[in-house]
Design a protein around this ligand. Structure first.
Ligand code: PLP
Length: 386
């Protein structure tokens, strides 16, 4: 029998030996381009606050006003007495924004993914997931008890070959923008394949919302994909929106099913109403102020051009996520540390977040970066001679 956690200590030691040990840094400023980390000022290239809304004065003001009205805690789950007017209004605005019949708020994206997949799928059903899908999608699939297969990244032929008709339900799940690679799923093809195979298609657009599409409604807006073509849309609020939480958008029947059956919805406390109010303001900014998306695009272009000139190992991405493929975990950590000593926060991403042998630097841009920040980063990357 395990005694005094000795075997846990051994396991930690092994994680260290594989250069996969993780530890946290302590931040003492708001999210932004310039942050103080463990007491040291750094230029931040690792946040998912793509539009720079996490510390926007109007978003903060709405949050504060709402705490005057509602206090802080929501007090219970949505189905008991935690569902406020603000939650309701935000859900209606998110449905409108995404062009779906309805939207349902979840406390986090992780919980939304686990909740929706395990509510819709079960034994006798089958789920197909892109090999690079976010961990929460994979966990939802495992929890559901359905048969579970992963297909090669963005490979429609492989998916087509793997889907056999069954009596039960079939679900295809993909990230919209892949979180560690930055490339976009082949959604038009996936949607056509889903129709042909009588399958449902679910898209997790955590990294497209706010950033892509004419009003920031994400990859589905960019590609003009309707609710019929993509019946299940998941979006997060803690990234492009700069706040916290997540939602599922789709038909009335889908949303009512989730309210009855999604355990990570039913059995958890509603997010604070003040977070919903802050998000309503950030949604208005996302829709109205296109300059953030345009600026982000121009920063990304500037980086790609510079990286190309330096011969850096860029990956095929046009999103705000611009990874540099390094391969070896220790090497990725070493480069990240070297950048840190020069004043740049760029995270090294290692297994199990990404496949073995594909360690990388995950560089992300925000609309609050300035061209000079991009140039400084490129200079630093050049001097680390990766
Ligand atoms: C961040 C992320 C999630 C989880 O969202 P949280 O709100 O942080 O729990 C889900 N899917 C993808 C693709 C993500 O990047």
């Amino acid at each position: 029998m395990a005694q005094g956690f000795v075997d846990l200590a051994d396991e930690l030691q092994q994680i260290k030996q594989q250069n996969l040990y993780r530890s946290r840094r302590i931040i003492s400023t708001p999210q932004g381009v310039e942050i103080i980390v463990d007491g040291k000022p750094l230029i931040n290239f690792s946040s998912n606050d793509y539009l720079g809304l996490a510390n926007h004065p109007q978003v903060i003001k709405s949050f504060k006003q709402a705490t005057d009205q509602y206090g802080v805690g929501s007090g219970s789950a949505h189905l008991i007495c935690g569902h406020s007017q603000s939650h309701q209004a935000l859900e209606e605005e998110l449905a409108d924004f995404t062009g779906r019949d309805r939207a349902l708020l979840f406390s986090t994206g992780y919980m939304a993914n686990v909740g929706v997949i395990s509510a819709l799928m079960g034994r006798g059903d089958q789920i197909f997931q892109d090999r690079l899908n976010h961990a929460s999608l994979l966990d939802g699939g495992l929890l559901s008890g359905a048969r579970f297969k992963r297909y090669l990244h963005n490979n429609l032929d492989d998916l087509n070959n793997k889907i056999n008709p069954i009596n039960g339900r079939t679900l295809i799940v993909t990230d919209g923008v892949f979180s560690m690679d930055g490339d976009v799923a082949l959604l038009a093809g996936l949607s056509a394949l889903a129709t042909k195979k009588h399958a449902w298609l679910m898209v997790d657009d955590a990294h497209g919302l706010g950033v892509m599409g004419t009003t920031g409604a994400g990859v589905l807006q960019q590609l003009n994909l309707t609710q019929q073509q993509v019946p299940i849309l998941m979006g997060t609020l803690g990234k492009g929106f700069g706040t916290f939480g997540a939602f599922i958008a789709g038909s009335d029947v889908l949303i009512e099913t989730l309210i009855q059956k999604a355990r990570s919805y039913v059995f958890t406390t509603a997010l604070p109403a003040a977070v919903a109010e802050a998000t309503r303001t950030s949604l208005k900014l996302v829709i109205a102020e296109n300059w953030r998306r345009e600026k982000l695009q121009s920063l990304v272009k500037r980086f790609q051009l510079g990286a190309y000139q330096l011969g850096l190992p860029v990956m095929p991405s046009d999103s705000a996520i611009q990874p540099l493929l390094i391969g070896d975990s220790q090497r990725a950590v070493d480069i990240s540390e070297a950048l840190l000593s020069q004043g740049f926060l760029v995270s090294a991403i290692r297994p199990p977040t990404i496949p073995k042998g594909e360690a990388r630097l995950r560089i992300t841009f925000s609309a609050n970066h300035q061209p000079k920040h991009v140039d400084q980063l490129l200079d630093a990357l050049e001097s680390t001679s990766l």
